[in-house]
Design a protein around this ligand. Structure first.
Ligand code: ADP
Ligand code: MG
Length: 304
C-alpha cells in the first residue's frame, strides 16, 4: 500500500459563505469555509452555539442556498455534481440520491410505526411495495430495533427514536450522512451507542459522515475534529502544513515567502529541501484540508 495516497474526496467545499438578512441587519453565519471530506471518514465539526454549525450542515445537504461558494459532491455513480449550480427542480433528486439527514429531535412521524417511518423514506427514494417494507425491516434490524418495528415513536426511548432516524437516513443508501446535534437529547450511554453506530456506518459502508455538535463525547468516534467559531474554522486555520513532510506546524518556525504566500516548515532540513527543489504544492498555509491526521498531506514528498 502506498501510504501517501489520498482518497478522492466525496465532498469538496470552497469559499462557502452564508449571509442572513441584508445590509445593516445582516449576519454572516458562515464565512468562506473550505473543506474536503473523504469516503469512510467521520468528520466532527464542533463549536459554540451560534457559530454556524447548523447553517453549514444545511448548505452541505442542499437544504439551504449559500450566498457564495461551491459544494461539489461525488454521486453514487461517481459523477461530480456542483450543488450550488443545481436548479430548484434538480435539488429534490440530488438530496434523495446523495444525503441522509439526522436531526437533534429525530423528526419522526408519530402517526406511523418505526417500520413505516423508514418505509416512507424508502418510498421517497424510489423503492415501492414489498421491496420498501423489506428494506425498512432490514435497516431496522441493522440499528438493533427489529423487535420494535410496530412501536410508534412516542412509545420509544430517545435512543431508540434516534436509531430509527438513522435507519430512515439510510433508506436511500446515501454516500453522505449529515447529523445535526444527534446526541443532544440522549443520556451518556445512549449518546455513546449512537455515536458508535454512526462510526460503523463510515467504517463498514464507506459512507462519509459529517456531524456538527458541541457534544464532546462525539470526539471518540471522529477521525477528524474541526472547530467552528463565528462561521470560520478558527484554531485549525492557525496551523500550517509543512509542504515537504506534511506535518502540522505552528506558524512560528522556519519559513520562506513563496509565490505570494508564506510556507512554514517543521525544521531547517525541510526548508532546505524545499528551497533546493521547490515544487508546487497545495499544502501551503493554514487550510483545514491538510489536517487529516491519519494521512500525509497532498503533494508531500517522502523524506527517506
Ligand atoms: P449553530 O448551529 O452553531 O448554533 P446557526 O447556524 O444556527 O449556529 O447560526 C449561526 C448564526 O446565524 C447565528 O448568529 C444565528 O442567529 C444566525 N441565524 C441562523 N439561522 C438564521 C436565519 N434563518 N435567519 C437569520 N439569522 C439566522
Ligand atoms: Mg445548530
Amino acid at each position: 500500500m502506498n501510504t501517501t495516497s489520498t482518497p478522492a474526496p466525496v465532498l469538496t467545499v470552497r469559499g462557502l459563505t452564508k449571509t442572513y438578512g441584508s445590509e445593516a441587519a445582516s449576519v454572516e453565519a458562515v464565512r468562506a469555509v473550505d473543506l474536503e471530506v473523504s469516503a469512510g471518514e467521520v468528520l466532527l465539526v464542533m463549536g459554540p452555539s451560534g457559530s454556524g454549525k447548523t447553517t453549514l450542515l444545511l448548505m452541505l445537504g442542499a437544504l439551504l442556498r449559500p450566498t457564495a461558494g461551491s459544494i461539489t459532491v461525488t454521486s453514487r455513480e461517481g459523477r461530480a455534481v456542483e450543488i450550488t449550480a443545481a436548479s430548484e427542480k434538480e435539488l429534490p433528486h440530488l438530496r434523495a440520491s446523495t444525503f441522509g439527514f439526522i436531526f437533534q429531535d429525530y423528526a419522526l412521524l408519530d402517526a406511523l410505526t418505526a417500520l413505516e417511518n423508514i418505509e416512507v423514506a424508502a418510498n421517497l427514494a424510489g423503492t415501492r411495495g414489498p421491496a420498501a417494507r423489506e428494506r425498512a425491516a432490514e435497516l431496522l434490524d441493522r440499528v438493533g430495533l427489529a423487535h420494535r418495528a410496530g412501536a410508534r415513536p412516542s412509545q420509544m426511548s430517545g435512543g431508540e427514536q434516534q436509531r430509527v432516524a438513522v435507519a430512515r437516513a439510510l433508506a436511500n443508501d446515501p454516500p453522505v450522512l449529515l447529523a445535526d446535534e444527534p446526541t443532544a437529547n440522549l443520556d451518556a450511554s445512549r449518546g455513546r451507542d449512537l455515536a458508535r453506530l454512526l462510526r460503523r456506518l463510515a467504517d463498514d459502508d464507506g459512507r462519509c459522515v459529517i456531524i456538527v455538535s458541541h457534544d464532546d463525547r462525539l470526539r471518540e468516534v471522529a477521525h477528524r475534529v474541526l472547530w467552528l467559531e463565528d462561521g470560520e474554522f478558527r484554531e485549525v486555520a492557525a496551523m500550517a502544513v509543512d509542504p515537504v513532510c506534511g506535518m502540522s506546524v505552528e506558524p512560528s518556525g522556519p519559513h520562506i515567502e513563496w509565490e505570494g504566500s508564506v510556507l512554514w516548515f517543521c525544521s531547517e532540513g525541510c526548508k532546505r529541501e524545499f528551497t533546493e527543489d521547490p515544487r508546487p504544492t497545495i499544502a501551503a498555509t493554514g487550510s483545514p484540508l491538510q489536517h487529516h491526521h491519519h494521512r500525509t498531506a497532498p503533494g508531500a514528498r517522502g523524506s527517506v
